[in-house]
Design a binder for this molecule. Structure first.
Ligand code: KE4
Length: 432
């Protein structure tokens, strides 16, 4: 049964927002343009649910694009942030919490002995790249088509057609000469990786170990090991961008899950528990190049902000040991199996449901998706229509084929059932 979304207040806010904010939003994907509708304005979240300003309730599978692995407004996170705020919101001076958080991260993440906090994943990626360039004396970067590492000039470079292509600006305002320092290679393409690392001397090979910005496209068997091998053979640093996979796909992120340890790790989202915090880290020998210990400059007024640190520490405290990840794996599996059943029951066959602990994507494709080109070949109109159908039935899914669903420890079996029922009806609508 579809409900006509009451969206009067959202519409009024959107009209006003368009006057003051580009596209009415503070980040493009929130505008819901990829699914052909206006954005919904949110009033509040609770556990695995979101409520918009018109009082419509949804099962939320976006969860702020990843930070809320324990769900919205977790009491322990809210209490930690409230307590911290009562002592002051920012000092511009070191605090004990920052040391505790850094210690906790270094205990979890195999490749991180030392870290520097920033306020966004973009800043963390940008800084890790600067450090890699300083450490190697090289300039060029290798990135994979479809991977997103934040809106750093040199990373807003897309590949042309072909194996390993010199980046071209993916946005106006990115200088061609900056994009040209980035070589873009198809994900999971061992030959293209070999060719690029033979042809160029790289400062760094940069990858999301479990890419989730082309939809979830896990590494092919042995591909991360090959990345590690090519970095070692050519003197490039290996950087894993774990802003999404970190603390999510496993307790120590993608590098723990795969057993492949990078030279530098970029982190974000979960590390801030929903407040603005990110970090980059690695062995002390590399990280002590960063000012003021070393000569590579990087800074930030609100880096390690006490409220964000409190939220991050409270979130990681809820992710102790292996049990939370077993639970998150079961939730993700139940959702994936349910969505597959929903598609089958509706006779809608052309979907590929891909998942790993804490991440899932429904590709509208008749064939498996192993790289960005295949993700781009999905039926984007069908995906958009399906997402609109989910919204009408109280399910808030990522408004883009090139994003992932973010199951959390807060999602309940009842919310999964609601999602599966809505998915079956929305698939049936498509199949008609
Ligand atoms: P931020 O600068 O948005 O904090 O982080 C950039 C970033 C870096 N690395 C990875 C792997 C990322 O996924 C991101 C940001 N993720 C997107 C969603 N895929 C954020 C949502 C948005 O842009 O509004």
């Amino acid at each position: 049964m579809t409900v006509s979304l009451r969206d009067k207040r959202s519409s009024e806010l959107y009209a006003r927002a368009l006057t003051y904010l580009p596209g009415g939003v503070n980040s493009p994907v929130r505008a819901m343009r990829a699914i052909g509708r206006d954005p919904l304005f949110v009033d509040r979240g609770a556990g695995g649910e979101l409520f918009d300003v018109d009082g419509n309730g949804y099962v939320d599978w976006v969860c702020s694009w990843g930070p809320l692995i324990c769900g919205h407004a977790h009491p322990q996170v809210v209490a930690a942030v409230t307590d911290a705020a009562a002592r002051g919101t920012s000092f511009g001076a070191p605090t004990a919490g920052e040391v505790d958080l850094a210690e906790e991260v270094s205990r979890r993440v195999p490749g991180v002995q030392m870290l520097r906090m920033t306020s966004s994943g973009t800043e963390a990626s940008m800084s890790a790249i600067r450090l890699a360039r300083a450490a190697t004396g090289r300039t060029k970067l290798l990135k994979f088509a479809g991977a997103y590492h934040g809106h750093v000039d040199g990373l807003l470079a897309e590949g042309g057609s072909g194996l390993a292509t010199q980046g071209i600006p993916a946005s106006p305002g990115v200088p061609a000469e900056v994009a040209a320092s980035t070589i873009v290679v198809p994900w999971n393409d061992a030959d293209a990786l070999a060719a690029a690392t033979e042809q160029h001397e790289f400062a760094a090979l940069l990858a999301e170990p479990y890419p989730a910005n082309m939809g979830l496209v896990p590494p092919a068997e042995g591909f991360l090991e090959l990345l590690r091998k090519r970095a070692d053979e050519t003197g490039a640093l290996l950087i894993f961008d774990e802003v999404i996979s970190g603390f999510r796909v496993a307790r120590g992120g993608g590098q723990e899950l795969s057993g492949v340890t990078p030279d530098l790790t970029v982190m974000g989202k979960v590390i801030g528990g929903g407040l603005p915090a990110a970090a980059y880290g690695g062995p002390r020998t590399l990280m002590e190049r960063i000012a003021p210990a070393g000569d590579v400059y990087q800074a930030g007024t609100l880096s390690g902000n006490p409220l964000a640190v409190a939220a991050g520490r409270a979130t990681l405290a809820l992710l102790q040991g292996e049990r939370p990840y077993l639970e998150l794996g079961l939730t993700t599996r139940a959702l994936a199996d349910g969505l597959a059943r929903a598609a089958r029951s509706a006779g809608y066959e052309d979907v590929q449901i891909v998942s790993t602990t804490g991440l899932l994507t429904v590709f509208f494709s008749a064939t498996p998706v192993h790289d960005y080109a295949a993700a781009q070949a999905c039926d984007l109109a069908a995906h958009a229509s399906w997402c609109r159908g989910l919204l009408a039935r109280g399910v808030y899914a990522p408004a883009s084929q090139f994003e992932a669903w973010f199951p959390s420890l807060a999602h309940t079996p009842e919310q999964i059932e609601r999602t599966v029922a809505a998915a079956a009806a929305a698939f049936a609508e498509l199949a008609r």
